[in-house]
Design a protein around this ligand. Structure first.
Ligand code: FEO
Length: 169
């Protein structure tokens, strides 16, 4: 039995995942406009991952016999335009997503929905990985500081990132 409360909580999280996709698309365009194509590629992969996260939940709601209610996606705003500020925003955003996933787990616990709890395990692990990746990149960027040559080397490294479709659940 998939409760109304679970359905609402999943729909809210689907919106948050698609907002993440949109936010990272805005960041991708920022780096494309600067011709930092490696950074743009890194955000392009983020866009695809967030889309997969949203669709994973979308499919799950249907699998459980629930209804999808798509809501408006908020306009994404970049808080700063230097690279460190952007990655600080990414980390802050991923921490917010982690707290939202934890909130969804709280609802599943309150509803005694063991199936949803088991499904959400994947998202809990994914958030640990997402936060760790961003924390690592942020630390590297802080070390690089104003060194343009090192920034271009990192840009080249980020150009190699590829999207691997996740197996969710
Ligand atoms: Fe879907 Fe980056 O969390």
């Amino acid at each position: 039995m998939f409760s109304k409360k679970m359905e609402e909580a999943f729909n809210a999280q689907i919106n948050a995942e698609f907002y993440s996709e949109y936010l990272y698309l805005a960041m991708k365009s920022h780096f494309e406009e600067l011709h930092l194509n490696g950074f743009a590629n890194w955000f392009g992969v983020q866009v695809q991952e967030e889309h997969a996260h949203g669709m994973g939940m979308y499919d799950y709601v249907h699998e459980r016999g629930g209804k999808i209610n798509l809501a408006a996606i908020e306009k994404p705003e970049l808080k700063g335009d230097d690279t460190v500020a952007i990655f600080e925003q990414v980390l802050e955003h991923e921490q917010l997503v982690t707290s939202k996933i934890n909130g969804l787990v709280d609802v599943a616990e309150a509803e005694h929905d063991r199936a949803a709890l088991s499904f959400l395990d994947w998202y809990i692990k994914e958030q640990v990985e997402e936060e760790a990746n961003v924390r690592q990149l942020l630390a590297t960027l802080k070390l690089i500081g104003e060194d343009k040559k090192a920034l271009l080397m990192l840009d080249r490294e980020l150009a190699a990132r590829t999207f691997v479709a996740p197996v969710i659940g």
